[in-house]
Design a protein. Structure first.
Ligand code: KE4
Length: 427
């Protein structure tokens, strides 16, 4: 660890819990203090010593256009001149809702929040209020933010840190959440047979990104849709990561499945704090003030965040065709890395869905949390640090996703592969 980092980290640790404002940033699972970032532009991120890295974290997904896109920055600059928050409805919020509703056929009404956690928490409360039922179900290794009901066998930070449940979540709340293995049709059918009429909602990441990337097996999501519809259970797709990541819309559009509620975040905020929950008018109108399910937020739909998000979505809409190129680039990178590991005789399983990927240090296949946990996290940590030393910034956890942006160039990919070659020499 370099000297500057330790100075910044020890200073931060004197006043911020763990020195970070979100646990995964602490780099605990890769066994070092975190680098501090000064700035970022395009596909590059720069630490406080001015060292540049090709960034595959992209702020955990939002920066799909690349960092500090000039049009996004210009739009934010113009917006902040008019004020930053009014606590009153603004036209950019309506435009945001219109753009999202036009991209998601399942969304007739939307409610903005300031985080994905609030979006998922709202969706669950709304489903419970709408159905009058208490029980919900989720899937092991999926992460839907840190509200009490979903911190059960949760992915992302909880899995990274080995705290899939969490002290502070009362047993009375935890017992209202069932958690099943992802991609396990039998477990799903058994659970619905046993609890169907008691379940308010089932929430799922349609493509899992928080146990590392795990794609849904054929029929898993179709079966989920059929069984929830049959039993009056609200199906919630958590598309906080996947919303506008694969196409101009959700993963739901690509597979032709309409969930009852969708959670969004990350990309729709263009790098500013945002979340959203959307769905059918029938369910969404149960939210206060039209309905009786309460939900609120001082900065929900913040006009500056809306402008950043709208500018991002408008630029993505103009790139509709080039999502395929992002997919192609990511495929090239992953295949080339797979080849390198194979030649070195190091077992890896690289899971990729369009422009998100994870290099699991194991033979594979990785189809759920249980198989993901077979990975060699020590080897992952050595790979992480080797790539960092060679100028590549990967997610500091085996159980997270890597992302490409439209700003990643062929040259970036070439440099990444060169870094991988050098790293594998000493792995
Ligand atoms: P936020 O509350 O962090 O905005 O969103 C929570 C959330 C909800 N749903 C999904 C599918 C998510 O991936 C997330 C947040 N993702 C993590 C990383 N995988 C955020 C990084 C962090 O916790 O610092």
């Amino acid at each position: 660890m370099n000297k500057t980092t330790s100075i910044h980290f020890s200073k931060a640790s004197r006043v911020i819990s763990g020195g970070v404002n979100s646990p995964v940033r602490a780099w605990k699972s890769v066994g070092s203090s975190p680098l501090f970032v000064d700035r970022a532009r395009g596909s590059k991120i720069y630490d406080v010593d001015g060292r540049a890295y090709i960034d595959y974290v992209l702020s955990w997904g939002p920066m799909i256009l690349g960092h500090a896109h000039p049009k996004v920055i210009a739009a934010i600059r113009a917006a902040v001149k008019e004020g930053t928050s009014f606590g009153a409805p603004t036209r950019p919020e309506t435009s945001m809702a219109e753009v999202i509703a036009s991209a998601f056929p399942s969304i007739e009404r939307l409610r903005m929040t300031s985080s994905g956690t609030e979006a998922a928490m709202t969706a669950i409360r709304l489903a419970r209020g709408y159905t009058g039922r208490k029980l919900i179900a989720k899937f092991d290794g999926c992460y839907h933010g840190h509200s009490d009901s979903v911190l059960i066998k949760a992915g992302s930070g909880p899995t990274t840190l080995g705290i899939p449940g969490s002290p502070g979540v009362p047993e009375d709340i935890a017992r209202l959440t069932l958690s099943l293995p992802y991609n396990d049709l039998d477990a799903l059918e058994k659970t619905i047979r046993r609890y169907g009429s008691k379940l308010a909602a089932i929430i799922v990441e349609p493509v899992a990104g928080n146990m590392g990337v795990v794609s849904p097996q054929k029929e898993f999501l179709e079966k989920l849709r059929t069984l929830t519809a049959k039993n009056g259970i609200v199906l919630i797709f958590d598309e906080v990561i996947t919303g506008f990541r694969f196409a101009f819309g959700g993963y739901q559009n690509l597979i032709g499945i309409k969930p009852d509620l969708t959670c969004l975040g990350k990309i729709i905020g263009g790098g500013l704090p945002v979340g959203a929950v959307g769905g059918s008018k029938k369910i969404m109108e149960r939210l206060a003030p039209t309905g009786d399910v309460y939900q609120a937020g001082t900065l929900s739909g913040n006009p500056v965040a809306m402008i950043a998000g709208l500018t991002t979505l408008n630029l993505l809409q103009a790139k509709k065709q080039s999502f395929a190129s992002l997919d192609k680039k990511t495929g090239q990178l992953c295949r080339a890395m797979e080849e390198m590991f194979f030649k070195k005789g190091i077992p890896v399983c690289i899971n990729r869905v369009f422009s998100m990927f994870t290099v699991f240090f194991q033979e594979g296949p990785v189809v759920n949390l249980q198989t993901a946990l077979q990975s060699d996290t020590k080897m992952f940590a050595r790979f992480f640090h080797g790539m960092l030393k060679n100028g590549i910034w990967l997610a500091p956890s085996q159980y997270e996703a890597g992302f490409l942006s439209f700003a990643h160039t062929e040259n970036d990919l070439q440099k990444t592969l060169e870094a991988c070659t050098k790293t594998l020499r000493n792995l």
